[in-house]
Design a protein around this ligand. Structure first.
Ligand code: SF4
Length: 207
């Protein structure tokens, strides 16, 4: 089917534990993102190899090898950077094909159009939002993007998915923010209704 949505697959990372949500997960790294984060690992990956365009059924066959681990551990498939919400139609299809018992998670910056958030809201069990920093100036310096867009999409996602399905990551970003900024971001997010947080330094991530 020529019109079938396809995902720009950069890499699969299998058997991850406790990094992309609960349980054993396979990380699906995709290409393409509206932001320009200074420490972006995705762009480095993209320089090393071109993405492969896969259908939902093709991707499902590739990740199915870990079916038993997913079911036994409460894990599943996590779509990570680039920006998965740019491919909402693909994600909806993948979610509908995925076996019961798999958790489908989306790691997103929410730097997308409102329509893409709405379209993706039912395409996952959990959203892992990388908010970068809630200070608009730090956000702009680090990502080149607009913090207000992220915040308005976060409010939208809260309405659509509920706080229980949202985990917000608040990174300590070398050369860009401080632990105090991290705490300020967490406080601002709490006031929006966010209840689940992951405060961490970028240096311990090795995606
Ligand atoms: S949001 Fe993620 S994928 Fe996009 S530029 Fe930033 S680090 Fe890279």
């Amino acid at each position: 089917m020529t019109n079938e949505p396809r995902y720009p697959l950069l890499a699969l990372a299998r058997l991850r534990m406790g990094i992309d949500g609960a349980g054993v997960t396979t990380l699906v790294a995709g290409a393409g993102c509206p932001l320009h984060c200074r420490w972006c690992i995705n762009r480095k990956l993209l320089k090393e190899g071109a993405p492969e365009q896969v259908t939902a059924a093709q991707l499902l066959e590739r990740v199915r090898i870990d079916d038993l681990y997913f079911r036994a551990s409460g894990g599943g498939v996590t779509f990570g950077g680039g920006e998965p919400l740019l491919h909402a139609e693909f994600l909806r299809q993948f979610h509908s094909l995925a076996p019961d018992g798999w958790k489908i998670r989306l790691e997103t910056s929410l730097a997308v159009q409102a329509e893409q958030v709405i379209a993706a809201a039912e395409a996952a069990d959990e959203f892992i939002v990388d908010c970068k920093d809630m200070n608009p100036e730090i956000y702009r310096r680090y990502t080149g993007g607009d913090r207000d867009l992220m915040v308005s999409n976060l409010r939208r996602l809260l309405d659509l998915a509920g706080a229980e399905r949202i985990l917000v990551r608040v990174p300590l970003i070398p050369d860009y923010n401080t632990e105090k900024d991290q705490e300020s971001s967490a406080a601002a997010l709490k006031s929006l209704g966010i209840t689940r947080f992951d405060l961490f330094p970028y240096s311990r991530r090795d995606l």
